[in-house]
Design a protein around this ligand. Sequence first.
Ligand code: GLC
Length: 620
Amino acid sequence: MLSNVMSDRLLAVLPDALRAQALRRLAVHEPVLRKLLAGLYGQQADFDAWLGALMASLGELYAARPAPLRELDAQREAQPEWFLSQRMLGYCAYVQNFGGTLNGVAERIPYLREMGVSYLHLLPFLRAREGENDGGFAVSDFDDVEPALGSNADLVALTTRLREAGISLCSDFILNHVADDHAWALAAKAGDEQARAMFLCYPDREMPDRYERTLGQVFPQVAPGNFTPALGGWVWSTFYPYQWDLNYANPAVFSAMAATLLRLANRGIEVFRLDSTAFLWKREGTNSMNQPEAHQILQALRAIVDIVAPGVLLKAEAIVPTRELPAYLGSADARECHIAYHSSLMAAGWLALSEQGTGVLREVIRNTPTLPPSATWLSYVRCHDDIGWNVLRAEAAADGSDATARLARASRFFAGAEGSYAAGAAFQSTDPNAAHGSNGSAASLAGLERADSEAARALALRRLQLLHGLALSFGALPVLYMGDELAMENDYSYRHRPQHAMDSRWLQRPLFDQARWRARDDAGDSAGQMYQSLLRMVRLRRQHDALAANAPRTLLDDAPDAVLALARGERFVTLMNFSGEPQAYALQGRWTDCMDGSILDGALTLAPYAMHWLERGATA
Ligand code: GLC
């Protein structure tokens, strides 16, 4: 029986009916939470009072959790691996581009179901700063939907309809920073000291200059530096100057953001994409990324979710080198996020296409450790951001190559140089000898936009299918990016919008193309060809539990350099040819090609950019 003050404060506000359940969860997670918070904030004079108030607020949010969500919590607590199934499929879209409004998104549920989607990530839809707002990533009010996209009532209606359709809604939770017109920023500008303490604010350049010595830059061209003149001094702003980093050394920030997350969860959001998690804690003399305290903050949020809303999943967006990634999934003893983007895998897939070789991709896979229980990678081909090359520095240098030169070559390749088929743009870098990121839609990067013959078009589609095949068969939660399923090409209209013109990430943020959508069953159209082949892969994947996120994966090193061969369990192999040349692979024993049912015995020749999913034995 627990009888400490911390638990009592939570229990005191709960109705009797919820107490037994809460006690059970507290028994497991309260000691973890207390230890983490004491480590982070225990030195503060009023720590006990702060902790008590936090627990009382968690209790209130627990009590306010709607019954259908509490039921979901209970189901998922009983089945903690529910999201690792090969039946899970994600889809990611901007509300305004996909459905116009939240209600418009609801109208697209039949389409999502047609694809087999069970998880929908809608990019930021909460009230954002007016004018420039980084595609909604500068939030002015977490408790209100962006008026142009709908209302809080629309959000609840959408989450309800999605849940009925078996689709979990994922929302960004932009916890590293707020917009410079968020209530805290406005109060700080008006001289409120408590509000000022929510930010990292320095009276002069002394500390900013000291930090800058070791900090990187996310947007070196359009937002150089990490500090912005404001509040009579300099405010930490890792991203755009109007996105002010929160001061997580202040416990008031932690408790306010934890309560904010749970209020959103109580509106039916089931997955939170924790934006820019790597940056949550700053330390002089480091790049202020991936600091131990950032992980402790995430672990504390996880413990809170496990107590109040265990049906909710936390997803880490940490675009960091492969070796830093596993920490975001925690371990069996220190649970952190349930899901983490595998940005190295994504970038290495594109690099493999540009090099027509799988060396870096294999190295990434070797550096990808086995997952802790009830956790998964998120695999993807494209997203709303650039393909960041720097996460691959270690793997690109592993064979003795000059990583900078190698990655810069990839960046030039996807910008269309060096005889490439790609139509993309280098992001935030004018220096051809440096690597930053590449922008462009998957189809345009894979060659569809510039294809000038039937043969070139067919090859571009194969490349697109190949990368999707990797995301679907790797062992992860795969997330499709809106438009890629229909092979949508770059959208150049951003160049005419002053608030977007400087940020080429808008190339890959097009309006949903109704004409392509209508052509999705047309075998003579590239949209239809992409869509139908993707649907075939998705359906096949559902039939094979060897493709679940937590099923074992082994890299087979007997494949030629251009071919990635992955065994999934004992009976399933995927072969992917990243080159424009046919490649031979020797098979041991008899296999069935799941794609077309043919029986294979002995050697197999993979056509350019071909992919095969093979099952041991002859089932036909
Ligand atoms: C994340 C988002 C990106 C945004 C940044 C700042 O990296 O994916 O689009 O610019 O955070 O919020």
